[in-house]
Design a protein around this ligand. Sequence first.
Ligand code: HSE
Length: 404
Amino acid sequence: MVNIAVLGYGTVGSGVVEVLRTNQESINRRAGQEINLKYVLDLRDFPGDPVEEILVHDYNTILNDDDVRIVVEVMGGVNPAYQFVKDALLKGKSVCTSNKELVAKHGAELLEIAKNNKINFLFEASVGGGIPIIRPLNQSLTADEIVEISGILNGTTNYILTKMSKEGLAFDAVLKEAQELGYAERNPEADVEGYDACRKIAILSSLACGHQVDYEDIYTEGITKITDIDFKYADKLGVTIKLIGSSRKVEGGFAAMVAPKMISKEHPLAGVNGVMNAIFVKGNVLGDVMFYGAGAGKLPTASAVVSDVVDAVKHMGTNIMTIWNTRKAELVDIKNVSTRFFVRIKGSMNEKLDKANAVFKGKAVTVDGLDGEFGYVTAPMTEKDYSSAAAEFNGIISMIRYEG
Ligand code: HSE
């Protein structure tokens, strides 16, 4: 029998308890022995909930109990989760976590402690909720050099963009509705500004390149400037708009970014709608694979956490090698990365097209009934060249990167 403790009885924590109870028999069979939930840690009390019998308020009870071999951290946030997790690992307890802030910031260090102690630090649920992606990257796609990881990594923004696309609604109206339905947080900043997706692509990039990718180094743009008019142009161009977290191998290293992009309707990520997430991976010998599913939510996230517990039990006494060291990865400066850009240009096309062709060397696009502006898709150019060209071009209303 293996004793485990769960830190945090919120949405994911209560989901973990529910999954362990619902699938107790098959989970134990797959783990090869009985998993016993010995403690749940939370500051609150839960009168009437069966968890009360094993509820503790002091972390030291768990830390100092040598019978607890696995700690499940589902509290979220860096403090006190970081100290709790580090202390558990130093005491020889494996840790399974869903905490993307913690993993993005301290993953390399915590993995090293786990390795030194022949235990495991596992974080399948930290990216893509219930979608298996960490274990496939670490254990399945090992014959490949990963050349690209691109994902729809945030359900809230994908829900908003999907609604805007399908119903022609404005950003603010959809955000309000998403908040009323409980899909978007009251404070939606982390989602709509791309910060949540940024932490997730930082984790995936670190695993792809084997070094610490700091999320502060990743260029991040959210979806707050995307309008219903952009979707009209997108329709005309046969593309859709998605918030994409991407990490690509280019000359000189990895280029990582979170930004809304116009992608072809044929791209596998284009059909990922609503709150669903997907991660597209390109290997140099495998080619393309995609992982799709529920990127958040109580039970999908808990399912991924419990799968880590099963893995930790199966690998008791051995460390599952994960190549992600503390050496900082130098990302390629995105200024030197090339892409195409969709721009909306204010004014008459008759007057401005020649100049646009001369500067951006691409093609114009118009939308019936939309006067006083036109759209333009540039030729591939570096971010740096685009910025200087756009600064000199009078009348650019907005820009979206274009990968149609
Ligand atoms: N707020 C996140 C989302 C939850 O919308 O995808 C999972 O990190």
